[in-house]
Design a protein around this ligand. Structure first.
Ligand SMILES: [Mg+2]
Length: 383
């Protein structure tokens, strides 16, 4: 990143923190492992002030950690190549937003691998990640299929064209045979509802085993799934068998994994061709680390699909990350409205995110509201 406009003696003057409440459009049900995810999703935000200018972004930094960063000069924050040093990754999103605002450029332009035409709108393919296991209250499979179909149609009406379905009902919340049957009926039903051109992914949250994975893939072959995510716990024996079987059976479906433990083994397995898509988390693995990882994955021809669930800010940040990674697949989109955080410049159209041509992350924070939240149950540290 070009940091030539930054003065090395400028200091982090202030860090403010508050968590803003937010809500999904509808309550999210279970996945294969966990119970109802619900509607309420807080957005923890830190705002930094440097040279009188502010930048904000998702952060889990504690007051104590922030105390050690306030007062630091930018010569300590950045490497000479313009990377944020690991000690400051806890505020990496606010720092990227700040630089973007300083140089009046969107973050995606700052981190892009190739120069982007500033006249062209930057767009990123995305998928609706909201098709959870929302049907457990329904006795009959056709009703369950209709419900998840209606959720996909609802996503379609909001501009989505690609969808991920939670599966693994038989792992915990339904008897195994009944859960398997319902998973299969729902996958086929969603394909019917969204048509042949939509990409459909399924995510078992480790709720299958090898044989169940093969069973689902066989029964839904006509649905032409784009990827199967976390079918079971990372296991090289199982994944090797699955991949060999899929090649033999002529499946084009990809295998994706990585959100849970960000296991470093997965990159090696992807290099060996055993899995296809790496899904470390945008926030927890991190924005700076993902840019480095993206280079490694691109060089090896491995696909990247940073995980993002449960974060409005993660929706937006993941879109910017796409500019830094050639093999970027999709932004995972979990629609969450956060009062005080204006994201209206992000527009979903025909399955693609139009990323705003605005400084930083292109979001607007209601400063009066944020200040009130900081006062109520956040904190502020001055140098
Ligand atoms: Mg997942």
């Amino acid at each position: 990143m070009d940091i030539s406009l930054l003065q090395p003696n400028w200091k982090i003057e202030k860090i403010e923190f508050a968590s803003l409440p937010g809500e999904r459009l509808r309550s999210a049900g279970c996945n294969a492992r966990k119970g109802v995810h619900g509607k309420s999703v807080p957005t923890p935000l830190a705002q930094v002030t440097i040279n009188g200018l502010t930048g904000f972004g998702w952060s889990r930094i504690t007051r104590e950690q922030a105390g050690a960063l306030v007062g630091a000069p930018l010569s300590l924050v950045f490497t000479e190549e313009g990377q944020i040093r690991p000690e400051f990754w806890g505020i990496e999103f606010p720092l990227y937003d700040w630089i973007g605002k300083l140089v009046q450029k969107p973050v995606y332009q700052l981190i892009a691998r190739q120069a982007l035409d500033p006249e062209n709108r930057f767009t990123v393919t995305c998928y609706d990640t909201s098709l959870y296991i929302d049907d457990l209250h329904l006795e009959k499979d056709p009703e369950a299929v209709e419900l998840i179909q209606s959720e996909a149609v609802d996503g379609w009406s909001r501009g989505h064209r690609h969808f991920k379905i939670k599966v693994g009902r038989g792992a915990r919340f339904m008897p195994l045979p009944a859960g398997m049957k319902r998973d299969i009926d729902i996958i086929l039903g969603v394909r019917e509802a969204v048509g042949a051109d939509a990409n459909i992914m399924i995510d078992a949250n480790n709720g299958y085993n090898l044989n169940l994975t093969k069973e689902v893939l066989t029964a839904t072959k006509s649905a032409n799934l784009y990827w199967i995510e976390e079918p079971f716990h990372e296991d090289v024996e199982f994944y090797t068998d699955l991949k060999e079987w899929m090649l033999k059976e002529n499946f084009k479906t990809l295998i994706s994994d990585g959100e849970g433990l960000a296991s470093p083994m997965l990159v090696d397995w992807a290099k060996q061709g055993i899995i296809d898509v790496i899904q470390y988390d945008t926030r927890d693995y991190g924005f700076s680390r993902w840019q480095e990882l993206g280079k490694t994955l691109d060089a090896a021809g491995i696909r990247s699909a940073p995980h993002n669930y449960g974060s409005s800010f993660g929706n937006y940040a993941t879109c910017h990350l796409a500019a830094a990674i050639d093999g970027f697949q999709f932004a995972e989109w979990d629609e969450i409205a956060v009062p005080g955080l204006d994201a209206s410049a992000y527009i979903i159209q025909e399955g693609r995110l139009q990323v705003p041509l605005l400084p930083g992350f292109g979001l607007n924070l209601d400063q009066q509201y944020f200040a009130r939240k900081v006062k109520e149950d956040g904190w502020i540290i001055h140098s």
